[in-house]
Design a protein around this ligand. Structure first.
Ligand code: G3H
Ligand code: 13P
Ligand code: ZN
Length: 315
C-alpha cells in the first residue's frame, strides 16, 4: 500500500466522465475526514498541500500522516503540492515523497511560464512525479467579466494547446470563471463551458487525447454551512460558490480534478463554532476537533456521491 500518482486516476476519470476530488489538508482531522469519506465510497482522492500548509505543518508531518491514512484506509491517494511557487518548493515536496506537484506560473508572462513549467516537468518526471500547471487567471469577485475581459484573463485555447505540447505537463488548470475563496460571484454564477470544450477539442485534434483539465476555486460554499457559522457567532456575509450542477457538468467533461479548500474550512469552522456555542463548558480539543472531522467527512461524502461521481473509482 503506497501513495500513487494521478495518472491512472485521471485516465479512468476521463473515460468514466467523472472527476477526482482534490482537498487541501492542513492537519490530522482534515486528512482523516477526507480519507474516511473516500474509503466509505471506495473512491480515489487527492490530498493537496499549499505552500502555507507546508509552512504550517511541515512536509514530514504531512507525509507521515498521509501515509498513515493510506495504511489505515487502503484508499488510492495522491499527495500533491498545490500552487507550487518555485522549483525550490517543488524539490522539497518531491524529496518528501509527494507523488504530484503543481507549478503555478500563471502570473508570469507566457514564455516564462512555459520555460519554468518545462524545467519542473523535466525534474519531476525524472523522479516519477506528475506535474500540473496553470494557464490563465482565475477571476476575482470584483472582476467584471465581459467578453473582452474574459478573453484577456481566461485560458486561451490555442495557447493551451501550445503550452501542453511544449511543456509536457500531465494536467492543466484553466481559468473559465472560477475563483478562490468564499466570495466567487456577485451576481449569477457563470462558467465558460464553451471555452473548456474548445480547449479539449483543440487538444484532441492535435492527437493529445483524454487530456485531464483541472478546476481550481471549485468550492460550492454550501449555504447551510455558512448559516451554521453565522448562527454561532460567525460573520460571513455575501458568500457564494460554484453551483453543484456546474461542477457535475464540468466532471462529465474533461475536468478530471476538482479543487476544494474553502468548503473544508467552512465545515471545520461551523462544527467548532457549534460545539463551542452549545457546550460552553467544553475544553477538550478532541470534542470540537472530533465534531469538525465528522462534518468534513459528511461534506466530502456528499461531494463524492453528488458532484464528483467518483464512487467505486478505486482500482
Ligand atoms: O488555492 C489556495 C488554497 O485554498 C490554499 O490556501 O494558501 O491559505 O493554504 P492557503
Ligand atoms: P476554493 O477556494 O474554491 O476551495 O479553491 C481551492 C483551490 O483551488 C485550491 O487550489
Ligand atoms: Zn487553487
Amino acid at each position: 500500500m503506497a501513495l500513487v500518482t494521478t495518472k491512472e486516476m485521471f485516465a479512468k476519470a476521463f473515460d468514466g466522465k467523472y472527476a477526482i476530488g482534490a482537498f487541501n489538508i492542513n492537519n490530522m482531522e482534515i486528512i482523516q475526514g477526507v480519507t474516511d469519506a473516500a474509503r466509505k465510497h471506495n473512491s480515489a482522492v487527492i490530498l493537496q498541500v499549499s505552500r502555507s500548509a507546508l509552512k504550517y505543518a511541515g512536509p514530514k508531518y504531512l507525509l507521515y500522516m498521509v501515509n498513515a491514512a493510506v495504511e489505515t484506509t487502503g484508499v488510492d491517494l495522491a499527495l500533491h503540492l498545490d500552487h507550487g511557487p518555485d522549483m525550490e518548493t517543488v524539490k522539497v515536496c518531491v524529496e518528501n515523497g509527494f507523488t504530484s506537484v503543481m507549478f503555478d506560473g500563471s502570473h508570469y508572462d507566457y514564455e516564462e511560464n512555459v520555460a519554468k513549467t518545462k524545467e519542473v516537468v523535466e525534474y519531476a518526471h525524472a523522479r516519477g512525479v506528475v506535474v500540473e500547471a496553470e494557464l490563465g487567471k482565475l477571476a476575482g469577485v470584483e472582476d467584471e467579466v465581459n467578453v473582452s475581459s474574459a478573453n484577456a484573463t481566461y485560458t486561451d485555447p490555442d495557447q493551451a494547446l501550445d503550452f501542453v505540447k511544449r511543456t509536457g505537463v500531465d494536467s492543466l488548470a484553466i481559468a473559465i470563471g472560477t475563483s478562490h475563496g468564499a466570495y466567487k460571484f456577485k451576481g449569477e454564477a457563470k462558467l465558460d463551458f464553451n471555452r473548456l470544450e474548445t480547449i479539449t477539442n483543440k487538444l484532441e485534434s492535435a492527437g493529445i487525447s483524454n487530456f485531464p483539465i483541472v478546476l481550481h476555486g471549485a468550492s460550492s460554499v454550501d449555504a447551510d454551512c455558512v448559516a451554521l457559522c453565522n448562527q454561532y457567532g460567525g460573520k460571513i456575509e455575501g458568500a457564494s460558490g460554484i453551483p453543484n450542477e456546474m461542477l457535475r457538468k464540468a466532471s462529465s467533461m474533461a475536468v478530471c480534478k476538482i479543487n476544494m479548500d474553502t468548503d473544508l474550512r467552512l465545515a471545520m469552522t461551523a462544527a467548532i463554532r457549534k460545539h463551542m456555542g452549545e457546550k460552553p463548558s467544553s475544553f477538550d480539543p478532541r470534542g470540537y476537533l472530533g465534531d469538525a472531522r465528522q462534518l468534513i467527512q459528511g461534506l466530502v461524502e456528499k461531494k463524492i456521491t453528488d458532484i464528483l461521481g467518483s464512487v467505486d473509482s478505486m482500482k
